[in-house]
Design a protein around this ligand. Sequence first.
Ligand code: ADP
Ligand code: MG
Length: 697
Amino acid sequence: MATAVNDEATAALWPATLPGDAANQPLTVAPALAKKLEKLGIRRRFDFILHLPLRYEDETHLFPIVDAPYNRVVLVEGEVTAQQVQYQPRKQLVATLADGKGVLQLRFIHFYPSQIKQLTVGNRIRALGEVRRGFHGDEMVHPKIREVVPDMPLADSLTPIYSTVNGLNQPTLRKLVQAQLHSLPLDDTLPVSLLDKLQLDSFATAVQLLHQPTPDYSAAQLSDPQLSAWQRLKFDELLAQQLSMRLAYRSRRQGAAAVMHSKGELVARLMASLPFALTRAQQRVLAEISTDLQQSHPMHRLLQGDVGSGKTIVAALSALLAIEAGYQVALMAPTEILAEQHYFKLSSWLQPLGIRVSWLSGSLTKKQKQAAIAEISSGEASLAIGTHALFQHGVEFARLGLVIVDEQHRFGVSQRLALQAKGGESHQLMMSATPIPRTLAMSFYADLDVSVIDELPPGRTPVVTKLINSQRRDQIIAHVDKTCAEGQQVYWVCPLIEESETLQLQTAVDTHLQLSAELAPLQVGLLHGRMKPDEKAAIMSAFAANQLQVLVATTVIEVGVDVPNASLMVIEHAERMGLSQLHQLRGRVGRGSAKSICVLMFEPPLSELAKARLKVIYENTDGFEIARQDLQIRGPGEFLGARQSGLPMLRFADLEEDIALLEAAREWAPLLLERFPEAADAHLLRWLAGREHFLKA
Ligand code: ADP
Ligand code: MG
């Protein structure tokens, strides 16, 4: 699919008028209807064109009842010969339809008075539905029915079925779509030469076929994602995404940011004080960041590295580059626990170099907060560490130059937009332990530069993963005891209970009581999301200092926690957790030199899906591979989580299936922007209609 991009003839083949205006014409419908359409994402006239059918129904052909095949939707016609509202086993409307040779029951468990009327004995009816073998002979359950009037023709093409909302029926929606299809210009946004090279349909051909299929297409053909019409729409969608990503990237490069020159003295001093040397991968990404910081446009770099790959020290060294150049740095983490750990760790590294590190979180007293804010705004603090409180109202940096965001994917869109507003001119380093599979990186993250730490620090013994039936809980507890007797520490992760946070809390409290009793005199701590931040911090530091040997926790510890002496992790009800989540949790152990074990406790019987997922985590230690399989199981929507909310998701394209189209779109986007900027504009307007700004968050 990917083709060489060079064509002099393109300009000559350019369509005379670009369809930009048509794309944005507002709707002229009653407010009540507009509200329903809004729910479908239809705000402009052109959105009807892009509201493509979910599937098709075949009303082009009438089957004699005796010949009607089972298990597929068919249309039959006949006379109602009996009608009855039954009350056993439950209330239902049953009518008998006969066409001379065959007989069929039409059964409705939910029905309206209008349907009783339509099914009056003697009426001629067309019924569309699946014929099934019922207890009393062949039947259709909830068929679509229509009264036959004399000379009523059959449809001459398949009937498109659209996604819709309550109160907006298919025929009405279909009419609205048809009206726009016949009145709006459907000119192409793309050069003909591009379409030729990629062998794509014209836009008009594609949408006309999909909204109004010709009789020679079967429902199966029309639903085939390989159909050229669908290929065209997928390409358009992917191209729009690529264009907007590139524009975001470009506009950032045109922005101004501080050029940071540093001799690297602070970096050298910190490195000299560390008990370890940087891995080659850490050195490489630090060099990439250093180069970025010396540019006059803002850095926007994603630093990816599997759990335990050592991102924190890279963040600290990057901060030193900015600080030595005379700027302030903000380090933001998604949870209090993580932010505070960073605060302790970075203070211990940086304070000895004479650098003031300040701490800002929602849990500080008013007085402490004011003190922190004062240090930040006077410039006395060179590094400010905290949660999103760092970018809230009232916090003004004296000379902010670099923003570092840890576990970037944990932040919601609104938090990222707030950061963008305050720190937009700063260099930004986003760190994430959730590896992004290639296709996602190529599409949703195409606006970022990416550095990868693809190597773990030396001397780690890989974590051994064990799958253990929860019936062997006693043995596991005995093993916890033994591990602690050897001087190591243990995490015990309580199950995720999605339906009820209260229940989840209760489970954690119960487990804590039980383990405290069984493991005495070992000290067992409890950590959960409902605790006050200072309570959490106290527990975490007690655990870090080995005053607590066992830490019972909810998944709050999933992110970033670093206690190298912990070498055993027990996860209850592992089958309820997501793969990335399990991988993150498991990454909390195996950080020291001791051999580490992660016990995935499961509750039998396991579903096939649960088995498949646990197998993935059991067999793989590479976060990338786990993420790839996770993406396959969950799909990109959930995988992307917060980054995607409020953002136009891919509606037609599928990242696994349409990789060739994605590659082609990625290749063509820069060419269009450079040589046909009006076309790129028209294309963006058609597909994204001013929603592009979300993509920049
Ligand atoms: P993550 O990438 O998951 O945030 P951390 O930055 O918390 O990982 O690092 C995990 C552990 O590895 C920490 O205890 C850290 O001090 C240690 N570490 C980092 N880099 C190295 C290195 N090059 N050699 C040895 N240990 C390292
Ligand atoms: Mg980390």
